[in-house]
Design a protein around this ligand. Structure first.
Ligand SMILES: Cc1cc2nc3c(=O)[nH]c(=O)nc-3n(C[C@H](O)[C@H](O)[C@H](O)COP(=O)(O)OP(=O)(O)OC[C@H]3O[C@@H](n4cnc5c(N)ncnc54)[C@H](O)[C@@H]3O)c2cc1C
Length: 373
C-alpha cells in the first residue's frame, strides 16, 4: 500500500513520520513544489510560532451574557499536549538533536484594559479550576504585571486599570526548523521519499478509490498513483480541491487574507527582559487571527520581537505563486460566499490594508496606548 502526501510543511512531514512509525511497511512519498521542507506557511517568520495551548488566546473562551465557555480551550490544550508528546518521542530517539532548535519556553500572557477586566477574571476563575491551567496567575497589580511583561508596562501610568494573566510554561515553536528536522529524519531513517521541485496540478479519484496525481517536475509532466492521498499543501490545497471532481468541492471557497508582523532582532539580554508572548483582545468584528500580540521569537539562536498581525490582502494562495493561480481556482458559485466574507471583514480590512508600514509602527504604539484606555 502506498501513501502520497502533497506538501512538505509541518502537516505533511508530521503525517509522513507518524505513518512510518505506525506502519513501517507503508510506501510513503511527499511531493513538494519548493526545494526544501518547511518553507511555506510553516517557515519561522510566516507565522507567530505560538504553541497554541489556549493559555492566552481570548478567542478560545467565548463569553455569552456573562457565561464563559472553556470547552474549546480544554480541547486545544489536550491536542497540543499530544503534539508535545510526539516531539518528545522524536527527541528521545535522536531524530531531533537539540530541542531548543525548535521549541523554547516563554510565558503566555493575556492583558486587557478596564472594560475587559471582569471577562478576564471570569476566564481565570473557570480555567484555573481545571488541572490543565491550575498554574495560571491573575493580577491587577501594576508591579506584578510589570514583572511579567516589562515592555508592555514601562511607559504606562500606574493609575491605569489593567489586568493580566500569565502561564509560565508556554512555548515558542519554530515550525519551520521542526519540519526540516522531521523531514531529514523521515528520509534518512524511515525511508520516506521526498520529491522536491514537484508541483501537483490535479488529483483524480478513480471509481476503485485509487488516486491519480498529475504533476510537473523540472518542466516535465509526471504522474503518480496512490492508494491513499493526503493533501497538506497549505494554500495550494485550494486549487487542487476546486479542480477535482470531489463532491464536496463546491462547499469550500477561499478569501485571500494574510497576516504580517513587525519584526526586530533583539539581544539575548533584551530577551531576558521580555520572555513572553502577550495577547490582547481583538477589535469587535475582527477575525480571530487579528488578535494583537507582542511575541518573543527564537530562530537559529537569535532573538526577535514580533508585533502583529496586520492584515494583508494579496490575492495569491502562497508565496511565490501568481495572482492568476487564485483567480483560476475560483468558480462562479464561490462569488456569493466570497462577497459575504468580504463584507463581514471589510471594516477590518480597510483599516489595516490601506496603511503603509510607517502607520503600522504607529499602530503598535497605539496598541500599547489603547490598553491604557
Ligand atoms: C499570520 C499567521 C500567523 C500564524 N501564527 C501561528 C502561530 O502562532 N502558531 C501556530 O501554530 N500556527 C500559526 N499559524 C498557522 C500555521 O502557520 C499553519 O497552520 C501551518 O504552517 C500550516 O502548515 P501546513 O503544513 O498545512 O502548510 P505549509 O507549511 O504551507 O506547507 C504546505 C506545503 O505544500 C507545498 N505545496 C503547496 N501547493 C503544492 C502543490 N500544488 N504541489 C506540491 N506542493 C505544494 C508548499 O510549497 C508548502 O511547502 C499562523 C498563520 C498565519 C497566516
Amino acid at each position: 500500500m502506498n501513501l502520497i502526501i502533497i506538501g512538505a510543511g509541518i502537516m505533511g512531514t508530521t503525517l509522513a513520520t507518524l505513518a512510518k512509525e505506525m506502519a513501517p511497511e507503508l510506501d510513503v512519498t511527499i511531493l513538494e513544489r519548493l526545494d526544501h521542507a518547511g518553507a511555506g506557511n510553516s517557515w519561522v517568520f510566516n507565522n507567530a510560532g505560538t504553541g497554541h495551548e489556549a493559555n492566552c488566546e481570548l478567542n478560545y473562551t467565548p463569553v455569552d451574557e456573562e457565561v464563559i465557555s472553556v470547552e474549546k480551550a480544554l480541547k486545544i490544550h489536550a491536542q497540543f499536549n499530544i503534539a508535545k508528546q510526539f516531539w518528545a518521542h522524536l527527541i528521545e530517539k535522536g531524530a531531533i538533536k537539540d530541542p531548543k532548535s525548535f521549541i523554547n519556553r516563554t510565558k503566555h500572557c493575556t492583558i486587557v484594559s478596564e472594560a475587559s477586566i471582569e471577562e478576564l477574571r471570569l476566564r481565570f476563575k473557570e480555567m484555573s479550576a481545571h488541572h490543565f491551567f491550575e498554574n495560571m496567575q491573575f493580577s491587577e497589580d501594576f508591579d506584578e504585571i510589570k514583572s511579567w511583561i516589562p515592555y508592555l508596562m514601562e511607559e504606562r501610568p500606574r493609575d491605569q486599570k489593567m489586568a493580566a494573566t500569565v502561564i509560565e510554561t508556554g512555548t515558542d515553536v519554530n515550525f519551520g526548523a521542526l519540519t526540516e528536522q522531521m523531514a531529514a529524519h523521515a528520509v534518512q531513517e524511515l525511508g520516506v521519499k521526498i520529491e522536491y521541485g514537484t508541483h501537483v496540478k490535479r488529483v483524480h479519484r478513480s471509481p476503485t478509490g485509487r488516486w491519480l496525481i498529475e504533476a510537473e517536475q523540472n518542466g516535465a509532466e509526471i504522474q503518480h498513483r496512490a492508494d491513499v492521498l493526503f493533501v497538506g499543501a497549505g494554500g495550494g490545497a485550494f486549487p487542487l480541491l476546486k479542480k477535482s471532481h470531489l463532491p464536496f468541492r463546491s462547499r469550500f471557497s477561499g478569501f485571500p487574507v494574510g497576516g504580517r508582523f513587525l519584526q526586530a532582532p533583539i539581544s539575548a539580554e533584551q530577551a531576558e527582559q521580555y520572555r513572553a508572548k502577550t495577547y490582547g483582545k481583538a477589535a469587535v468584528g475582527a477575525p480571530p487571527m487579528s488578535v494583537p500580540h507582542l511575541d518573543l521569537r527564537v530562530a537559529e539562536g537569535q532573538h526577535y520581537l514580533l508585533f502583529g498581525p496586520f492584515a494583508s490582502f494579496k490575492p495569491v494562495l502562497e508565496k511565490g505563486r501568481g495572482f492568476f493561480d487564485y483567480l483560476k481556482s475560483m468558480r462562479l458559485h464561490d462569488i456569493p460566499g466570497l462577497l459575504n466574507v468580504a463584507w463581514s471583514i471589510s471594516r477590518w480590512l480597510s483599516i489595516w490594508c490601506l496603511r503603509p508600514s510607517k502607520a503600522r509602527r504607529a499602530c503598535s504604539r497605539s496598541w500599547r496606548a489603547s490598553l491604557r484606555a
